[in-house]
Design a protein around this ligand. Structure first.
Ligand code: PLP
Length: 387
């Protein structure tokens, strides 16, 4: 910290410079992010609640009520009105809470969790933190977890199965119905990581897409991650964790003797209510119809991009089930780097040697067309050799 204070104008000038260096969603060049530009009402709501701390709930009763209503809305959407949960910092914290509950409930000496090979990398952190042994189940040719392999991997030490509803790499949805049957038969906790897909799948138009149950409708599903700061178009940080029943909360409870509230259940203590208010505002403003409209727009663009890439000669790995397109060129890593040099942000997925494009609500048809024009140039035979 410098000795002399700066003036407000100087501070703001510095902040403006820093802010200008940040990429902007509205440029249309961000195709690698699972977050998006929040609705302007969400930003207004966020600002209104900047001082509210959900870690000290009795002081902030209004914020507390908003969190309850957001959780209730998610619970209804995911078919379990009695589900309980919290708005946390993101999918990582949500998955962590689910794994903590599963581990402590099972209470085994050398706990193992069975994950699809495509599980989000947050589970690597979580397994390290919770001293869980990750056991990876292979994927089938459609890039969804092979349920027969999951069954084979169950041992006396297994404490949970994880399925993904909208994988970060490809947007694939594991056969959660089959995982649910296995979990029920073996008495295991099934956690569904729907951080991305949880606010897409309920709004898909099933005339265009396959229909699959992934939520509490399935009796084996005990907890679900669903993040408003991804396809929920809310502000960061807004992850969501839901548990089928309040009986799970005892594994999360920490007494907080000198606060206004008796206990906390989240890892984060002091917790902003700002993104909770933003999520509440987004849900109210959009309703199911608004989400359906947004999801429809994203899926239409996704399919448009996938078909044009195929026409151009790229190999599209799979028919998108969510708003993610994965494709291969002659050298996908180099293609990703070239696109980056030209200002486009896409991801390279080493595990699958492919390029990944996420079509979020901030993208429109014009952006996709410009992207296609650029990628076509890179795919011209003479350049293709270099790639
Ligand atoms: N799970 C899935 C499927 C994700 O796509 C992500 C992030 O992209 C996460 C978990 C982690 O979420 P966060 O980055 O909000 O912690």
């Amino acid at each position: 910290m410098q000795n002399k204070p700066l003036s407000k104008a100087e501070v703001l000038a510095h902040l403006k410079i820093a802010q200008e260096k940040d990429e902007k969603y509205e440029s249309g060049k961000i195709f690698c992010s699972m977050c998006t530009k929040p609705l302007s009402l969400a930003k207004k709501a966020h600002k209104l609640f900047l001082e509210s701390n959900l870690g000290d709930k009795a002081l902030f009763l209004g914020s507390n009520q908003l969190e309850k209503e957001v959780v209730a809305a998610l619970a209804e959407l995911l078919h379990c009105k009695n589900a309980v949960g919290f708005i946390v910092t993101g999918g990582t914290e949500a998955n962590l809470m689910a794994m903590l509950v599963a581990r402590d409930q099972a209470n085994k000496e050398a706990p193992e969790v069975i994950l699809p090979e495509s599980a989000h990398f947050s589970f690597h952190k979580i397994c390290r933190l919770l001293k869980l042994k990750p056991v990876f189940a292979r994927l089938d040719p459609t890039f969804r977890v092979d349920v027969e392999h999951v069954k084979q991997l169950i041992t006396k030490n297994t404490i949970a199965l994880v399925g993904t509803a909208g994988s970060a790499e490809l947007g694939t949805v594991d056969p959660i119905d089959k995982l649910s049957n296995i979990a029920t038969n073996f008495g295991l906790h099934l956690h569904v990581d729907a951080a991305f897909g949880g606010l897409v799948l309920p709004f898909l138009d099933y005339t265009d897409n396959f229909e699959t149950d992934f939520d509490f409708k399935l009796e084996g599903v005990q907890s679900i991650t669903v993040d408003p700061h991804k396809m929920g178009m809310s502000t960061i940080p807004a992850g969501g964790i839901l548990f089928r029943s309040s009986s799970f909360l005892r594994y999360l409870k920490t007494e907080t003797p000198y606060l206004t509230d008796q206990a906390q259940y989240t890892f984060v203590g002091t917790r902003s209510a700002a993104s909770v208010a933003a999520t509440w505002a987004t849900f109210q403003l959009l309703g199911r119809e608004g989400f359906q409209k947004t999801v429809k727009k994203c899926m239409k663009l996704t399919m448009f991009l996938a078909s044009k890439l195929e026409e151009t000669g790229f190999e599209v790995l799979l028919r998108p089930s969510l708003n993610i397109v994965a494709f291969r060129g002659a050298n996908s890593k180099l293609l990703t780097d070239k696109l980056r040099e030209m200002g486009w942000f896409v991801s390279y997925v080493p595990r699958l040697d492919c390029v990944r494009v996420v079509i979020m609500p901030h993208s429109n048809r014009q952006h996709v067309k410009e992207f296609l024009q650029c990628i076509k140039k890179l795919h011209k035979p003479n350049l293709q050799q270099k790639l």
